[in-house]
Write a protein that binds this ligand. Sequence first.
Ligand code: G6P
Length: 612
Amino acid sequence: MCGIVAYIGTKKAFPILINGLYRLEYRGYDSAGVALLNGGLKVYKTKGKVSELDTFVKDKDTDGTVGIAHTRWATHGEPNQINAHPHYSMNKKIAIIHNGIIENYSTIKEELKNRGYKFQSETDTEVLANLIEDVLLTEKVSLKDAVAIALQQVIGAYAIVVISEDYPDMLVAARKGSPMVIGIAEDGFYVASDATPIIEHTKNVVYLDDEEIAILEKGKDLVLKTIKGKNKTPYIQELEWNLNTLEKGGFDHFMLKEIYEQPDSIRDSMRGRLRVKEGKVVLGGIIDYEQKLVNAERIIMVACGTSWHACLVGEYLFEDIARKPVEVEYASEFRYRNPIITEKDVVIAISQSGETADTLAAIELAKEKGATVLGICNVVGSSISRATHAGIYTHAGPEIGVASTKAFTAQVTVLTLMAMRMAQLKGTMPKNKFIQALHEMERIPDKVEKVLNDGDITKFIAQEFKDASNFLYLGRGYNFPVALEGALKLKEISYIHAEGYPAAEMKHGPIALIDENMPVVFIATKNPIYEKVVSNIQEVKARNGKVIAIVTEGDTTVKNMADFVIEIPETDEMFEPLLASIPLQKLAYYIAVLRGCNVDQPRNLAKSVTVE
Ligand code: G6P
């Protein structure tokens, strides 16, 4: 989704802004632009990549120490140069960048048109630029007051930064519903949609809350107010991430780097929580809510995309080992279908970015209805981590590849820890089984390492199937969500149509698709439902389908039936998703690379979906 970068200080702004836009590319976008104050206010923008903007401005004046920059992911109006941000106001004295959607923009636009305003673009953002200009001129207030007054008329979501020729030493930033973080450095202030463009300049950041305005002035302290004018004290936090985590570190793509980081990211998710020697799991972030969880009538898990698949694994875990009823909900459906929620429910919201608009709205709804809401987020300080009553960070480090990999396994790791903690509190797991599980969980990162070193089998299989038009992914039990996630990975980055199904459901529809051209990926590991999956494989082979099977090391039965097998180490079935999802990530990756796709930034997708 749209990315925002802004700078005001003593350094030249343009290199900071363009570098910041490159850092935000992973969020997904279709055009880019920059506005700089240097005497006058200049706006440069282009359709396409940040590199195209970079080339476009080569012969332009990019001097100045104050500027704003933006990558746009189209919502109102097609992705073209005119609709790209920044947008001037009509008198060209103000420019604005915006992430979010102004829902009542057409009403405001009509009013402004009646007052003589003309519009160049189809965007809701230009409406806001002109509204601010109108307030400034008619009410004769300062820029910061004009922004505050204008925002009080706006319905919807926004993160904006405003720059004005008449206020050459000031930037005004504000947010509601869309993320925004401010970096405080010796040389000045940095503003961005997330911390990735800021880390290399400063580790001291302030996350804006909804309906807050930040006034950033050269040589002055940060001033924070609500849009209604109430002063707020900035809460400065220190970023944990470092620059190395934002570089590719020798890998061809961020996605591959992140796939290979999983032994470490899973270890980091367990660190200090999995206490094997003490025979327990400790989850400091939700310690005060453990009894709520134990006593909850049911747990509702909400999320979108890959995080929703993690919820499904969570459902199997919580019901299996902690004997707690779980419902898994798409956040987007949950929020609009008048769900039955009471104060006896615990809602667990899962999100890598911590900014997904639908998940955030589902949390607010659950809170309104009196439920306790816990979060599982990767991004520290994100909106969801702040909106929930308590939560657990996954600590997977920044995930730049749009297709989620290490964040997924980190979410599953945290859910496994939560389910184990609940099982311990409720006594639903026999002591010896619990202790065995603690030991096995500790071994998982090493086993993931082993899966990663597969002697290039996934690359080989990718070569065989890179031209397929469809794929089917089948699994049962804990591996059903793994099948869904495997299919999602493939379609996201290779644009091959892929579907995930519970293996036994194949008979009720997808079997009609099977012929000699249909690759079917089975997760057929040695667990209590292994024999059932073997029967499903036979059904596919009987129809000449091509079978790629993930099997447990040493398996011979499936090996004799499948066209290709990928072995993973033996483990308890509750940990299988952590191992079985790895080869599926690699398979999707290699197929996408062989098809020449832009793996890290697949078309139309955004890393962080901050609009509904
Ligand atoms: C987008 C991303 C997905 C992600 C989903 C939910 O669609 O492309 O990779 O799974 O949003 O994001 P979240 O940050 O809430 O986990």
